[in-house]
Design a protein around this ligand. Structure first.
Ligand code: KG4
Ligand code: ZN
Length: 325
């Protein structure tokens, strides 16, 4: 079995995955959403302290599996430096005390492998990764053949939901709150401009929408919030669709997947399904509980790395907060 640890942002999570069957044996996650909610976003130092409390608690529950564990895997990149270090420190301590090899897992690869928890892999995939930290389109041929073909130039898709929720004085994380509020509103009420429409570049941008929404919130009353949320969600999703649609004409997908915390958004999922219809491509989604950050997806990547003998020494294992895929 592999014991995997995730602490790249505000979720403390540990999982145990069977190397042979690739089955998830144990998975626990302690989310810090409530603690960060008062600040309207993640406070890195607070997150770090909470990981230091939560991770050892979860680890205690894993003790019955220790004798079967063959390697320790941990997210080392990308993420918040001070929170990555919490998971890495625990991984190193376990590696020394149990005399086990270490595996360093890229968090973005983890999100992609959330598609394959308790399943075999299926490639190629054109993947839309939408989370709090990332908005990317990635062409995936295998674990080590992943190419980012588009990314955001500023804010991410999920982050923009968090910021809009904060503007309205609503809870963190903003994604689920805004999606719920948007159901009561008219998506055409506010004609916010879709970004980068006239530009050929395959990239995303959310800072313009954010500023337009800020103005609407400041000028409107609380009674307008549902319409603002619905119009924001429409433009934020339509922006992704318009850009990806153009790309797909020249790169028709066999399999298309949405991963990351914001892949839980049903409004976006429906739009992507419609976009894919002409290609007959199947839409792949992770189970809802594995969309947001978790150690199960890190363990799933680690199983492949273990089989390939892809280990890292204790000295080499460091946090790389800004590392790409
Ligand atoms: O993947 P994740 O748990 O953490 C990162 O790696 O960033 O994603 C969290 C992000 C947050 O910004 C949250 O607001 C967003 O995903 N999110 C959503 C929805 N559920 C979560 N965004 C839009 N609609 C949702 N239903
Ligand atoms: Zn994530």
């Amino acid at each position: 079995m592999i014991l995997s640890i995730e602490s790249s942002c505000d979720d403390s999570s540990v999982a145990i995955t069977d190397i042979k069957t690739k089955k998830l044996i144990f998975h626990r996650k302690i989310s810090q959403e409530l603690e960060h909610a008062v600040y309207g976003g993640v406070v890195p130092e607070l997150a770090s302290r909470l990981h230091a409390e939560a991770l050892p608690k979860i680890l205690e529950e894993c003790q019955p599996y220790f004798e079967n564990v063959k390697a320790i895997a941990v997210t080392n990149a990308p993420g918040l430096a001070v929170t990555l270090i919490e998971g890495i420190t625990m991984a190193k301590a376990l590696s020394v005390s149990l005399d086990l090899p270490l595996i360093a897992v890229n968090h973005l690869k983890g999100h992609i492998y959330s598609l394959f928890i308790d399943k075999e892999t299926l490639f190629p995939q054109t993947v839309l990764l939408v989370s709090g930290g990332h908005t990317q389109v990635i062409e995936v041929k295998s674990l080590n053949e992943m190419k980012t073909v588009a990314a955001t130039m500023d804010d991410s898709f999920g982050e923009s939901f968090d910021k809009v929720a904060k503007m309205m004085g609503l809870a963190y994380p903003g994604g689920p709150v805004i999606e719920k509020l948007a159901k009561e509103g008219n998506p055409k009420a506010y004609p916010f401009t879709i970004p980068l429409q006239q530009k050929k570049i395959f990239a995303f941008s959310y800072s313009g929408i954010k500023n337009a929404v800020r103005l609407a919130v400041e000028e409107g009353s609380e009674a307008d919030y549902a319409n603002i949320a619905a119009s924001f969600q429409e433009v934020a999703s339509e922006h992704l669709i318009r850009k990806i649609k153009k790309y797909l004409v020249e790169h028709p997908p066999k399999n298309f997947a949405i991963v990351g915390g914001a892949s839980a958004n049903l409004y976006l999922r429906n739009k992507v399904e419609t976009m894919l219809a002409p290609y007959g491509a199947k839409l792949h989604l992770a189970e809802l509980q594995y969309c947001s950050d978790n150690a199960a997806m890190i363990g799933r990547v680690a199983v492949e790395m273990y089989r390939a003998g892809d280990f890292i020494s204790i000295e080499e294992l460091q946090a790389s907060p800004r590392a790409p895929l």
